[in-house]
Write a protein that binds this ligand. Structure first.
Ligand code: AMP
Ligand code: GLY
Length: 423
């Protein structure tokens, strides 16, 4: 069969690598893709938000399955557009992708269906938000309602910071229309865990756990980024935590969406915080995480196409998931200055060292093929994933392999997986 993947980052490269292992797939396309994806798929110069062009391409090339991997096209309704033309697509429809697309929606859903999460209030006007803040407890958390590249969350230590935050989000519109509404949320403490799951509308099956490192600097300092590195599994995701989440969060979310007439098919990514009072939902995403996919997918033994088709057909209950009994760590190699400003266009050396490797992966994020070779083309450039028999071995392997690559202004966090030592 022919598969089209929509997206261009490290997550899409990891998905493409899994798809390329499926015995059922003859040809992979990616729109728009990147230099690494181009080694296993045919990249087509169509942007992820160019819905008409994507639908036309899928029709003309008789694509059997389109995997929509990114939040923007999912929330914008690309799956609906493909289905209208009789094309098969993996990912939630627009009315279900709102689970990620609106924080106010997801908070209201959790409240209505008693799914554990932080207490919150939603505001459509800055004046009402400011009045509420007068009596709020600090720290407090301000969230732009809509999609903001994972950056629309401000943790405010005091009233003054919170006032400034309301201005940034609602008046200055730093996150665009995402900030027309504001959610103000209780501040929680605890370890964060990401659990990604496949959903077929009724049945949910979770994958192995992972943990991201969202801040740019060592010791979780600096600005929030898309993610600077991950490890899987999380040693803090114990059997007890899993049992609690199964009972109160996972199926409850799928059932709640169905009850609202918003049947969810695709990936639900649960961002969880393990608070002293028990696990709470921090956020939902309607897609694989980036770079969570880069540590979870290489450990999954199932044929990804079989699993995705089962989700579309409502037959996920017939599939058992199987993961390798090992660990994986991903270290992101970024351009110095990310996430604010950085230079691009530097030649990347050492990529050939990953050829033929079984336990080492070099997932491309922001890269481009030029006459000079493959060059940096984004803030996050590569995700270096390594497996090991346990987390410590995987971490040592990932940092060793991160050293195989060189490019000007290469930057990485040195402490990905430090939490492993505290487990
Ligand atoms: P989100 O995009 O909602 O996952 O938020 C981004 C990051 O902000 C999370 O990964 C947490 O580290 C932090 N965060 C979000 N909500 C809260 C909260 N209620 N309490 C504490 N930290 C939070
Ligand atoms: N790594 C976090 C995300 O993909 O949202």
């Amino acid at each position: 069969m022919k598969v089209l993947i929509v997206g261009s980052g490290g997550r899409e490269h990891a998905i493409a690598a899994s798809v390329s292992k499926s015995s059922r797939v003859d040809k992979i396309y990616c729109a728009p893709g990147n230099a690494g994806i181009g080694m296993i798929a045919q990249c087509v110069p169509i942007g992820a938000m160019e819905f008409d062009k994507i639908v036309t391409f899928a029709k003309e090339n008789e694509i059997d399955l389109t995997i929509v991997a990114m939040d923007d096209p999912l929330v914008g309704g690309l799956v609906d557009e493909l289905e209208k033309e009789g094309l098969r697509a993996f990912g939630p429809r627009k009315n279900a992708a709102i689970l990620e697309g609106s924080k106010a929606f997801s908070k209201d859903l959790m409240k209505k269906y008693h799914i554990p999460t932080a207490a919150y209030e939603t505001f459509d006007s800055p004046d009402a938000a400011l009045a509420y803040l007068e009596t709020a407890r600090f720290p407090t958390v301000l969230k732009a309602d809509g999609l903001a590249l994972g950056k629309g969350v401000l943790i405010c230590e005091n009233l003054e910071e919170a006032r400034q935050g309301v201005k940034t989000i609602m008046l200055d519109k730093q996150f665009g229309s995402a900030g027309s509404r504001l959610v103000i949320e209780e501040f929680m403490t605890g370890r964060e865990v990401s659990v990604l799951s496949y959903v077929d509308g009724k049945t949910i099956k979770t994958m192995t756990s992972a943990q991201d490192h969202k801040r740019a600097g060592d010791g979780d300092t600096g600005l929030n980024t898309g993610g600077m590195g991950t490890f899987s599994p999380s040693p803090f995701y114990t059997k007890e935590v899993d049992a609690f989440c199964r009972k109160h969060i996972y199926q409850a979310t799928v059932d709640a969406m169905a009850a609202e007439g918003r049947e969810f098919k695709g990936i639900i990514f649960f961002g969880l915080m393990l608070t002293p009072e028990g696990p709470r939902v921090l956020e939902y995403n309607a897609r694989f995480g980036d770079p969570e996919a880069q540590v979870v997918l290489p450990r999954m033994k199932n044929d990804i196409i079989e699993v995705m088709e089962a989700c579309i057909d409502g037959k996920l209950d017939t599939i058992d998931f199987s993961f390798e009994d090992n660990a994986a760590v991903c270290v992101v190699l970024a351009s110095e200055g990310y996430p604010v400003s950085y230079e691009k266009g530097f030649v990347i050396e050492g990529l050939e060292k990953f050829e033929g490797q079984k336990s080492y992966y070099c997932f491309h994020a922001g890269t481009k093929k030029t006459d000079q070779g493959i060059v940096t083309n984004g803030g996050r450039v590569l995700g270096i994933t390594a497996k090991g028999k346990d987390l410590k071995e995987a971490r040592a392997n990932a940092y060793e392999a991160a050293g195989w690559i060189n490019f000007k202004n290469k930057y990485m966090r040195r402490d990905i997986g430090r939490a492993i030592d505290e487990a």
